[in-house]
Design a protein around this ligand. Structure first.
Ligand code: HC0
Ligand code: SF4
Length: 574
């Protein structure tokens, strides 16, 4: 550790800490705009400038390391003037339509402008004007609100994709794709990590709330909603609840009050995915099929694989994702059972994910001859619908999902965290291939839990040593796939989730500002919600879900049957 003084207070900080981190230890918050830990550390925005005694100029606290005996000042009149001026310069080119901006209330620029009492029209002058890029299935870029912080650029690079960056110089400088292409023309995988990194309203998902309100209001339609496992772990954040609060019951109550005819759980179809995928795994092992089997439930990952690892597309599981399986089952099995014309059914998904908006429109996702899914809302869009409907979320009662598609096992719940799909599949594969019954601790495959980017383990399943790997974040996926391609790794089963930490950290989740993201492990807190729910559920294995059993007994026959293939499996582009 090194000892230094910050605003006259003695502070001891690790020797590789930055001034920003050391100040935090002393209870002092230094404002930042461009800095996002591990994503964007370029010291460019000039908001975090501090005075260091003896230095000739101000230092950027986010990149400047601490030193023994250093004397730092974070809040002098000169610094306050400098920060205010920086903000006023940013605002001189900013499209200040705050009243209707999606980020109004949680915009980091708005907050600093208020804190520093800026004159928002001090530098009125010529403004660049940019057309919106609404080409992609999932999002919109509005460069008129961009402050050139480059957090989105860092986020996309961290995903190992890097399709956005600065174009032109000086006054004309702006963020976009190479050669001014539209986003839809690039290999963007729709993960939305750029959106959750953006401090302002320059990036946001395509809003489907109006379409869903309209369907709910249409007396001809039966409107069914499903919620992904990770939504319950974060929706409360949009209503000021602490990160890591499980709001399942209130979420269900809110959806019912919004007017959905049936409120179901994606955990159910996550269980169904496990049945099909575990079966596919066993088949491939027995029949010398393509290994490793790689999961296919994360649409950002699937698109990434199709684009960058064409030669490994045959490794992908042919299973549709739980989102798509859910829609397919609603429009076939459920429609028959309830005697509803599939074309009258309108199936909405609430997802922590922006790539699900893209997945919905993929080919071969229409089991009943109409698209499996009709609309996808992010967790954020659901929060906005709840607010617009005047529902007081915090005081809603806890309600239960509807039956029959509202039962999910603990295995389905943990899908939302990295490692969860693997653990869920192992619970079923081990019991199917061996005569053991997993109980208590034996149900926990701890080696594949946790937020580490790459995890590996070997499990004994019958006579077979099964080598598994779990990766989250596409940069990590790239490293692992390169190893597999080079013959340096021998896995049987691999789980890939596009977003770092899995769905809990998806691009559609409530946005936490950098001040929170830099200092809290939001992935771990949200994941703990899912592991706690799993621990406390009476049914923790997909194959023990009674509705899943009934579905196979009365309709699908058995995992991997002809009918199951027609309804629940899909194809990929090479
Ligand atoms: Fe996920 Fe899913 S677990 S991708 O992360 O597999 O989005 O939460 O809904 O489909 O179940 C997201 C989350 C899902 C799907 C499930 C899978
Ligand atoms: Fe990059 Fe993902 Fe944003 Fe596309 S959605 S630009 S891949 S970060």
């Amino acid at each position: 550790n090194v000892n230094l003084k910050i605003n006259g207070l003695s502070v001891s900080a690790p020797k590789d800490a930055t001034i920003l981190e050391a100040a935090r230890l002393a209870g002092i918050n230094i404002p930042t705009l461009c800095y996002l830990k591990d994503v964007n550390q370029i010291g460019a925005c000039r908001m975090c400038l501090v005075e260091v005694k003896g230095a000739r100029s101000f230092a950027a606290a986010c990149v400047q390391p601490v030193g023994e005996g250093m004397e730092v000042y974070t809040n002098t009149p000169a610094l306050r003037r400098s920060r205010k001026n920086t903000l006023e310069l940013i605002l001189s080119t900013h499209d200040k339509k705050c009243l209707s901006c999606v980020r109004s209330g949680d915009c980091e620029l708005q907050r600093l402008a208020r804190e520093y009492g800026v004159d928002e029209s001090k530098y009125e002058g010529e403004k660049p004007h940019y057309e919106l890029d609404a080409s992609a299935a999932h999002m919109i870029r509005d460069n008129n609100k961009c402050i050139l912080c480059r957090r989105c650029v860092g986020a996309c690079a961290e995903q190992g994709i890097g399709v956005i960056g600065p174009n032109r110089r000086g006054f004309a400088s702006h963020i976009g794709c190479a050669f001014e292409m539209e986003l839809a023309e690039t290999s963007c995988v729709s993960c939305g990590q750029c959106i959750v990194a953006c401090p302002t309203g320059a990036l946001y998902e395509k809003d489907d709330t109006a379409k869903v309100f309209e369907a709910i209001g249409d007396p001809e339609k039966v409107v069914v909603v499903q919620t992904a496992p990770a939504v319950r772990a974060a929706l409360g954040e949009s209503f000021g609840m602490p990160i890591g609060t499980n709001v399942k019951g209130k979420m269900v109550a809110a959806l019912r009050r919004l007017g959905f005819d049936k409120v179901f759980d994606t955990d159910f179809s996550a269980d169904l995915t496990i049945m099909e995928e575990a079966n596919e795994f066993i088949e491939r092992v027995k029949n010398g099929g393509k290994l490793p089997l790689i999961t296919s439930c994360s649409p950002g990952w699937v698109k990434f694989c199709e684009h960058y690892y064409e030669d490994m597309v045959d490794n992908l599981s042919s299973c549709k994702s739980p989102q798509q399986m859910f829609g397919a089952i609603v429009k076939t099995y459920y429609a028959e059972k309830e005697n509803i014309d599939p074309s009258k059914l309108f199936v909405v998904s609430v997802m922590p994910c922006t790539a699900k908006k893209f997945e919905r429109g993929r080919d071969d996702q229409a089991a009943a001859g109409v698209q499996d899914i009709d609309a996808v809302l992010t967790t954020r869009e659901l929060a906005s619908m709840i607010k617009r409907a005047g529902l007081m979320f915090e005081s809603l009662p806890d309600e239960e999902f509807d039956m029959p598609l509202g039962i999910g096992s603990g295995a389905g719940v943990i899908f939302g965290a990295t490692g969860g799909v693997m653990e869920a599949a192992l619970r079923t594969a081990v019991e199917t291939l061996t005569d053991t019954k997993l109980e208590g601790e034996a149900l926990d495959f701890k080696e594949v839990r946790g937020t580490k980017g790459i995890k590996e383990a070997t499990y004994k399943v019958g006579d077979l040593d099964v080598n598994v790997a779990v990766v989250s974040g596409l940069k990590n996926a790239r490293m692992l796939l390169d190893k597999i391609r080079a013959g340096e790794a021998n896995y049987h089963f691999v789980e890939v989730m596009a977003c770092p930490g899995g769905c809990v950290n998806g691009g559609g989740q409530p946005i936490q500002p950098a001040s929170v993201r830099n200092n809290t492990d939001i992935r771990a807190l949200r994941a703990s919600v899912l592991y706690n729910e799993d621990k406390n559920l009476p049914i923790r294995k997909s194959h023990e879900n009674p509705v899943i059993k009934e579905l196979y007994d009365t309709y699908l026959e058995k995992p991997g049957s002809h009918k199951a293939h027609e309804i629940l499996h899909t194809t990929y582009v090479k």
